[in-house]
Design a protein around this ligand. Sequence first.
Ligand code: PLP
Length: 241
Amino acid sequence: MAAELNRKIAGNLARVEARLAAACMRAGRQRSEVTLVAVSKTRSLPETIAACACGVRHLGENRVEELQVKVPALAQCWQGEPPIWHMIGHLQSRKVRDVVSLCQVLHSLDSLVLATKLEAQATQRDMILPVLLECNVSGEPNKYGFHAWEQPGWPALAEELLHLGECKHLQVRGLMTMAPIVDEPQAARPYFSRLRELRAFLQRQIPGVIGPDLSMGMTDDFEIAAEEGATLVRIGRAIFD
Ligand SMILES: *Cc1c(COP(=O)(O)O)cnc(C)c1O
């Protein structure tokens, strides 16, 4: 059973690796510039362990409840190097206390109110929490994230984000987005390039507040995201299905 799972995931990972490496090559980037986050949400503990056994170092989850179960369970069963847990889903304010002790990177910081709560919790624990700012660059109403789809609104957004400079216990590593679901991966490209342009704008406008990372790209569009400068890709189905 475990051997079969390992074989399947190893094969999937090898294919993802080859595609990622080819995308980096096309864009003149090094494969080492892109961190692969294996999205283990909804996957069983044996599947998650199998991914670790196949060399996965970064795991992504989108619900605090699932982190609460999986993080300790994996720590018990997995003898190798502990994985780095990434929280990639929307975080409710009341879960802030739990999340800071369960994940090492939060990709879904989507409001200043949430930032203030995370800052308070991180201060209390005397820790620095790496975060990414989730940005809605598509304008889809069902998406979380800072409103960033209209370029004329970017100066106001920069002014708002300036307040993050006061959060000394948050390390703002960069920006995160989810592209709309499209028929053709190429159709996601404008959203990824917009996030890259937004990063450049913010780094110019409010220097020192926003780090260089771009978390973008999933199973259907990670190659396009890598071509457009992703430094973190979040891949679930292509690894586990
Ligand atoms: C589920 C999820 C992913 C991975 O999606 P796949 O299509 O399975 O690769 C990436 N990012 C977020 C925020 C997700 O919720």
